[in-house]
Design a protein around this ligand. Structure first.
Ligand SMILES: [Zn+2]
Ligand SMILES: [Zn+2]
Ligand SMILES: [Zn+2]
Ligand SMILES: [Zn+2]
Length: 129
């Protein structure tokens, strides 16, 4: 299991589409405004691609480390109402797991909150509540 930790270097927010004003999303019919369409790199936290559709991402100033803006905002530890006994930690799946709250599948490589004493999983969606 891969526990997610805060990256040790400082990160800079990169805007892949600086000409497009103040929106998280870029729409298909505005392609002419998109300046970095070919950009495609994996996120170091969720392992999914970062592309210009996400518009923003964080880049490490010192090494080859990239994060989705949304992934960078995820808390590394979680206190959850359904499980007040322990604090859960953010993990990346090495195999598919099930959320113990909503019973959805958490796929391989996806992120989840995990309580190791209880082997309890909480998906990111349930973790928000
Ligand atoms: Zn990500
Ligand atoms: Zn770094
Ligand atoms: Zn869930
Ligand atoms: Zn527990």
């Amino acid at each position: 299991m891969v526990v997610i930790q805060q990256h040790e270097h400082s990160l800079t927010l990169i805007d892949l589409n600086p000409k497009y004003p103040h929106d998280e999303h870029v729409y298909d019919d505005e392609k002419d405004l998109i300046s970095h369409q070919v950009f495609q790199r994996p996120c170091n936290r969720c392992d999914q691609k970062i592309t210009f559709f996400h518009r923003y991402h964080y880049k490490c100033n010192q090494c080859d480390y990239l994060l989705h803006k949304s992934c960078s905002k995820l808390p590394i530890t979680l206190e959850h109402a359904s499980h007040p006994t322990h604090t859960l930690s953010l993990f990346q799946n090495e195999s598919q797991q099930k959320c113990d709250v909503c019973e959805c599948n958490i796929l391989k490589k996806q992120l989840r909150y995990y309580c190791s004493p209880c082997t309890l999983n909480i998906c990111l969606n349930c973790g928000k509540n």
